[in-house]
Design a protein around this ligand. Structure first.
Ligand code: GLY
Length: 348
């Protein structure tokens, strides 16, 4: 275990540490509440750190471990899974003194966090994030929840973890598609603070992204305003994910969405062409993500999907770069959006 970085999410008496580094999972015991006699581990098949052997190898101070496996993909991010998990808690005798540990990507930590939030009206949860997307986004900040047939993440709770582990060893076996999902989020952070993160080694870049997210969450835990900045690039990204039937990864969609947001900001006179070029360089050159929408998408259909984005506060709301940095801008003229989509390459 080398080069551990510790980032604190400052939330008063609910503050917690995020440990970032190769082999960081060895530090899991230090994040578990001293009262916990039982540990309910929620994970999925094929996650190396969540396998039965890996759990046996962890020294959790003699605590009894119950491993609960859940299914894969958005379809398993459901209330049925929450019933399965919480009934397993009942079988294992998990009490409020005990602890839930989610080991996996964002889907696992969202489910583990929500199950912990509702079990006995709230038990501590620790996340061990095994994907880049989870490390820089999903595992941090306490958003938990599951889907309904009517929409994603409609049932959930804010439930901050007691600690988070980002073990970089898990990235060695991460499929390329999932890695790209995290790359899009990392590209986003370059613009939120106006810093060039490119020169940082991966461990420091992840820790820096965690720090940026931690500060935003600390200033607006329940997304009354500033936390919406974390959705930079996501308005078009969500529309693209739906319009392409998820053929584009989340990260690829965010990459395209970031450049679209920059072009829209330029169209609205908020930034100049050089700043748009910076977006293209970070998204395309640094992270190797697509910089243009796939061919054959109808701009009018994309506009309608963007209007439906659940984060739209009042008409068309975008997170846009500008002279004072990235901010939430309401009341954006739909014709400017449509015009930018046309000029950006989306063609019916
Ligand atoms: N993923 C955005 C947020 O945590 O607010």
């Amino acid at each position: 275990m080398s080069d551990l970085r510790t980032v604190t999410v400052p939330l008063g008496d609910r503050s917690y540490d995020v440990l970032v580094g190769a082999g960081a999972v060895e530090h899991l015991p230090s994040l578990l509440p001293a009262t916990a006699r039982r540990v309910a581990v929620i994970t999925q098949a094929g996650i190396p750190l969540g396998g039965a052997e890996a759990l046996t190898a962890l020294d959790l101070g003699g605590r009894v471990i119950t491993r609960i496996e859940i299914g894969d993909g958005e379809v398993a991010k459901s209330l049925t899974t929450i019933e399965h998990v919480t009934r397993a808690f009942a079988g294992a005798g998990i009490t409020r003194n005990d602890v839930v540990v989610g080991i996996g990507g964002g889907m696992v930590t969202d489910v583990a966090g929500f199950a912990a939030a509702v079990w006995h009206r709230g038990v501590p949860v620790v996340h061990v994030s095994t994907t880049l997307l989870g490390m820089v986004d999903a595992a941090i900040g306490g958003k938990t929840g599951v889907n309904l047939p009517e929409g994603k993440n409609l049932v959930g709770a804010f439930w901050q973890p007691a600690g988070v582990i980002c073990d970089l060893d898990a990235l060695d076996t991460l499929p390329a598609r999932e890695r790209r999902s995290g790359d899009g989020e990392m590209a986003k952070y370059h613009f939120l603070v106006g810093e060039d993160l490119a020169a940082l080694p991966l461990v420091d870049r992840i820790a820096r992204c965690v720090r940026i997210k931690a500060d935003v969450v600390a200033s607006d835990e329940r997304e009354g305003g500033r936390r919406a900045l974390l959705n930079y690039g996501h308005t078009l990204a969500h529309a693209l994910e739906i319009a392409t039937g998820h053929n584009l990864t989340h990260g690829e969609s965010v990459g395209v969405g970031l450049i679209f947001a920059a072009r829209l900001a330029e169209r609205l006179g908020r930034i100049d062409a050089a700043r748009v070029d910076e977006h293209v360089a970070v998204v395309g050159d640094l992270y190797g993500l697509p910089t243009e929408p796939p061919a054959g998408l109808d701009p009018a259909a994309l506009l309608e999907l963007m209007g439906r984005d659940k984060k739209a506060l009042d008409g068309l709301t975008f997170v846009l770069d500008g002279p004072s940095g990235v901010e939430v801008v309401a009341g954006v003229d739909p014709s400017a959006v449509l015009d930018t989509l046309h000029r950006y390459g989306a063609q019916p």
